[in-house]
Design a protein around this ligand. Structure first.
Ligand code: T5A
Length: 212
């Protein structure tokens, strides 16, 4: 039976395991005979990748909150029109690493721009394209940072957004919970502190993918 959800997003705080789980999910769906597009935000297009460089570079510490929102939305607008919408129209399943929930949580809730502004700009950028299912991998940010950077401080390898104080990342986590409450029918929050295989089972269940 074809999968009911065609546009699936994995989202959540830093280091929650999105990339790891997207890899597993892509493999399972391909094995089930599905045609897939696996993509990422910010990015997913040549323009989006250029915008990603600007957004994440620690050299741009002076970036204002409004500039940041517009750049995430610019990347998304290009991504939706050039890549995601055509793939869905061609009958592919789209798996995306982060999407609107990230903008809601990082720029809207934690960044202090307000979720209403973020939602308005995001709706323009996507032209109403909404994921069928957003799965939020929920993990305390301290644990996500430990997974990525070990026990020491994030240090020189951290990008501009990872360099925010831990309090910011706690607010991001709250923002994801707020997003899930707002869009409960198309969002699932899963405990990402469990072993990879167990989390993968929960993701399959959330999207209705039966075990082979
Ligand atoms: N952003 C993005 C915004 O602010 N607004 C927006 O609108 C958007 C779209 C993107 C940055 O941009 C921000 C958010 C981000 O700060 P990114 O490079 O794409 O940056 O970074 P992340 O999405 O955070 O990706 P990461 O690679 O950092 O984290 P993942 O993908 O969640 O985690 P993953 O799979 O790489 O795993 C991290 C480590 O944990 C281990 C893995 O082996 C790896 O070492 N791991 C586990 N360990 C224990 N148990 C498990 N279950 C594990 N699963 C994975």
């Amino acid at each position: 039976m074809p999968l009911k959800h065609r546009f699936i997003v994995l989202d959540g705080c830093e280091g929650a395991g999105k990339t790891t789980q997207l890899g597993r999910l892509a493999e399972a769906l391909r094995a089930a005979g599905e045609h897939l597009l696996v993509t990422i935000e910010p990015g997913g297009t040549a323009i989006g990748n250029a915008v990603r460089e600007i957004l994440l570079s620690p050299n741009h510490a002076e970036m204002t909150p409004l500039t940041e929102i517009f750049l995430f939305c610019a990347s998304r607008a290009q991504h939706c029109d050039e890549v995601i919408r055509p793939a869905l129209e061609a009958g592919q399943i789209v798996l995306c690493d982060r999407f609107s929930a990230s903008t809601f949580a990082y720029q809207g809730h934690a960044g202090g721009a307000g979720v209403e502004l973020v939602e308005r700009l995001d709706a323009e950028a996507t032209r109403g394209l909404v994921p069928d299912m957003t799965i939020i991998l929920d993990l305390p940010p301290e644990e996500g940072m430990r997974r990525k950077f070990g026990h020491g401080p994030a240090g020189d390898t951290a990008d501009r957004i990872e360099r925010n104080q831990i309090e910011f990342h706690r607010n991001v986590r709250e923002g994801f919970h707020e997003y899930a409450r707002r869009y409960a029918r198309r969002t699932a929050v899963l405990d990402a502190s469990v072993p990879e295989a167990k989390l993968f089972e929960a993701i399959c269940e959330a999207i209705g993918l039966s075990k082979q």
